[in-house]
Write a protein that binds this ligand. Structure first.
Ligand code: G3I
Length: 321
C-alpha cells in the first residue's frame, strides 16, 4: 500500500487531497481515504481557502475547513494545510478592495492569525503563499503584488510564524517542474524571503502535469535539488498527470504510469523531499475536466476505484528503494 511503501522508502508520507463534499456522500471513496497504509496524509481541497474561511471581513467560518482535518485526526494521518495568501478563491472584498499597504497588511495578518490559530497544532505544513509567479516567470499581478510588490511575501511568512511556530511554512506553485523562467523566479523568491529575515521551510511542487510531457526522473531530481540546496525542504503537493484527450489508450495509461514513477522517483532520489500528495486519487472526482476541456483521468484509481497502471508504477518505484 502506497503510504507504507513511501515510508519504507524514506518519505514521510504518500497522501491525497480530499474533496469536502465526498466526505459525507461517498463511502467507497472514504474507505480508501481512511486507510492510513494507503494514504498517510490529507489536505482539504477547498475548505481552508480564504473565500471559505473569511468570506467577509472579520467573519471567520470553519464549517468547510474542518471537514478534512477531522478525518485526518481520526485516522492519525498527517495534515497539510492549504492555503493562506492566494490570488484565487479570494473573496471580492479582498481582491477588489482599495488598500494602502497598512490596511492590506492588517487584513493579511488578521486572516493568517485567525486561520492558523484555529488549526494550531494540527498542520504538518501550511501553504502560506500560493502561486505568486506567472507562467512566464514574471510576478503574478495580484492585489497583493499591486499593493506591496514582493514585500508581501516576507510579511506573510512572518505573520505565519507568529501564528504557529511549529508548522512548516511553504511556498507552493505549479509548473516549477520544467526548470524554466518560473523555476528561476521561485528560487529568487526563497532568497527574497530569507534576505528579509523571514522564515520559509519548504517549497511545494504542485505537479499538475501532462501524460507524455512530464520531465524525466533525473530532470525532476535536478529541479528539486536546486531548492534543497537553499536549505528548504520540498514536496509534491498536488500531483496529477492528465491525458490531453480521452478515452486514454492502453499505451497512454502505461505512459501515465511511467510519468507518475518519474515524479515519485525524483522525490525518493532527493534528500529533503518529504512526500508526495496526489490532488485526489480517483478519476471519479477531479478539477481537471472543468479547467481543461476534453482532458482528464489524471489520477491513480479509475472512476470505479480500481487501481490503474499508475498505481502499480508508483508502488514499484517505492518498493525498489
Ligand atoms: O461549492 C460550490 C458549489 O456550491 C457550486 O454549486 C458549484 C458550482 O460551480 O461550485 C462549487 O465550488 C467549486 C469548488 O471547486 C468546489 O467544487 C468552485 O466553483 C470551483 O472553482 C472550485 O474549484 C477548485 C479550484 O481549485 C479553484 O481554483 C477545485 O475544486 C480545486 O481542486 C482547485 O485546486 C487548486 C489548488 O487549490 C491550487 N493549485 C491548483 C489546483 C487546481 O486548480
Amino acid at each position: 500500500q502506497l503510504n507504507s511503501l513511501a515510508v519504507a522508502a524514506g518519505l514521510k508520507y504518500f497522501g491525497t487531497a480530499v474533496g469536502e463534499s465526498a466526505v459525507s456522500s461517498d463511502s467507497a471513496y472514504m474507505a480508501i481515504v481512511n486507510n492510513k497504509n494507503e494514504l498517510g496524509q490529507l489536505v482539504a481541497e477547498n475548505g481552508q481557502k480564504w473565500d471559505a474561511t473569511e468570506p467577509s471581513r472579520g467573519t471567520f467560518s470553519y464549517t468547510q475547513g474542518d471537514i478534512v482535518p477531522k478525518v485526518a485526526k481520526a485516522n492519525g494521518q498527517y495534515l497539510r494545510c492549504h492555503t493562506l495568501v492566494w490570488y484565487s478563491q479570494l473573496p471580492n472584498w479582498v481582491s477588489s478592495g482599495s488598500w494602502t499597504r497598512a490596511t492590506l497588511q492588517s487584513v493579511i495578518e488578521t486572516h493568517i492569525s485567525n486561520v492558523m490559530g484555529h488549526y494550531i497544532g494540527q498542520c504538518y505544513a501550511w501553504d502560506v503563499v500560493n502561486e505568486a509567479i506567472a507562467d512566464d516567470g514574471t510576478w503574478r499581478d495580484s492585489v497583493f503584488y499591486k499593493t506591496f510588490g514582493t514585500d508581501y511575501l516576507a510579511l506573510a511568512f512572518n505573520a505565519a510564524k507568529k501564528a504557529d511556530a511549529n508548522t512548516k511554512l511553504y511556498y507552493n506553485d505549479y509548473n516549477l517542474e520544467y526548470n524554466g523562467a518560473k523555476t528561476d523566479r521561485a528560487v529568487e523568491l526563497v532568497g527574497i524571503v530569507k534576505k528579509a529575515g523571514a522564515p520559509i521551510d519548504g517549497v511545494g511542487f504542485q505537479g499538475h502535469l501532462i501524460v507524455g510531457s512530464t520531465p524525466s526522473r533525473s530532470s525532476l531530481t535536478t529541479v528539486l535539488k536546486r531548492f534543497t540546496a537553499l536549505n528548504v525542504e520540498v514536496a509534491y503537493t498536488e500531483l496529477d498527470i492528465r491525458h490531453s484527450s480521452l478515452p486514454a489508450s492502453a499505451s497512454a495509461l502505461v505512459t501515465q504510469g511511467n510519468d507518475f514513477a518519474s515524479v515519485v522517483g525524483s522525490c525518493v532520489d532527493t534528500t529533503g523531499c518529504v512526500g508526495v500528495t496526489v490532488w485526489g486519487f480517483t478519476d471519479k472526482y477531479s478539477w481537471v475536466p472543468n479547467t481543461f476541456s476534453g482532458a482528464g483521468d489524471a489520477l491513480i484509481y479509475d472512476k470505479n476505484f480500481a487501481k490503474k497502471a499508475a498505481w502499480t508504477s508508483i508502488s514499484s518505484v517505492l518498493a525498489a528503494k
